[in-house]
Design a protein around this ligand. Structure first.
Ligand code: ZN
Length: 289
């Protein structure tokens, strides 16, 4: 089974996770820029973070045989903090970088006017930079948030087929299915969406425009829940080809719209730099010696 995790925050994960993911079949992933838990107080800390997920983290992933891409944006939660507004000014520079395959993650957290303004501004950047957009849906008031998300996407001029609306569930999937946007599902170890509920959604809605991710981060999460979903699909009668479509070909198709997903070169990229160093650091040795 080959797996492309279209939404995972590797900055928050260990090298052991990379090893387990590789063993499970993960060969490529997308790391969206997001909220780090601790509020950031200036634009400089965002720049360092963006540089890390475009520099150090792809290097670290490559040491474990996994191709690493990123999405860049001002996350919904920090869109409410006036100290972070300046991030919008530095985004154009980052959106031109090679490994950036979408603007994101964007969207609503608490559905404030500030969030909406920042969401709209970043969808406009996606249009200008000819990039797809990765859109987060709120965990509270999910249905209203998803409906409002679709309205804002429709008003943005960005083609729905270039938008991935993420963190969906049984309540919100119908809204997005009819919109033409891609549907993203984050599989969690406890509440929210699990592999069996995901299989039920695939049975009902089919495989088109659907991607599955682990959204693993610094919270309770599991980077192997993509694999577990593939296993649950097989147990429920889906074919090997169906699983490959959901866990590999669909995310490739979505992010390839960026023109930057060097997936044909993947086999050569992967594992090619074992033993290399990044600015003098070798992650395999685990230190700065
Ligand atoms: Zn995320």
């Amino acid at each position: 089974m080959r797996i492309f995790d279209p939404h995972i925050h590797m900055t928050s994960r260990t090298t052991e996770d990379y090893e387990r993911m590789y063993s499970a079949g993960v060969r490529a992933l997308v790391e969206p820029s997001f909220w780090l838990g601790q509020p950031r107080t200036s634009v400089g800390t965002f720049c360092d973070y963006f540089d890390a997920i475009l520099g150090w983290e792809p290097f670290r992933a490559s040491q474990f045989g996994i191709a690493h891409f990123a999405t860049i944006g001002l996350n919904p939660k920090e869109a409410n903090d006036p100290r972070c507004r300046e991030v919008l000014d530095v985004l154009p520079r980052y959106l031109e970088k090679d490994r950036v395959v979408a603007v994101g993650e964007l969207g609503y957290d608490s559905m404030t006017p500030e969030e909406e303004e920042v969401f709209e501004a970043q969808l406009a950047l996606a249009v200008t930079h000819e990039l797809p957009a990765l859109v987060h849906t709120p965990h509270r008031d999910k249905l209203a948030g998803t409906r409002r998300t679709i309205d804002v996407v429709n008003a943005s001029g960005l083609e729905p087929g270039r938008v991935l609306v993420d963190h969906l569930n049984e309540v919100t999937v119908g809204e997005v299915a009819g919109s033409g946007c891609w549907m993203g599902f984050s599989i969690y170890p406890d509440t929210k969406m699990d592999p069996h509920r995901m299989v039920a959604i695939l049975k009902e809605y089919g495989l088109e425009r659907i991607v599955v991710n682990s959204a693993a981060d610094w919270g309770r999460s599991d980077p192997l829940l993509t694999l577990r979903t593939g296993e649950a699909m097989r147990a429920a009668g889906f074919s090997v080809d169906d699983v490959d479509r959901v866990l590999w070909r669909n995310p490739v198709e979505f992010y390839r719209q960026s023109g930057r997903l060097e997936i044909d070169d993947l086999d050569e990229t992967v594992g090619a730099v074992a033993g290399a160093t990044f600015e003098g650091n070798s992650v395999l040795r685990g230190s700065r010696d």
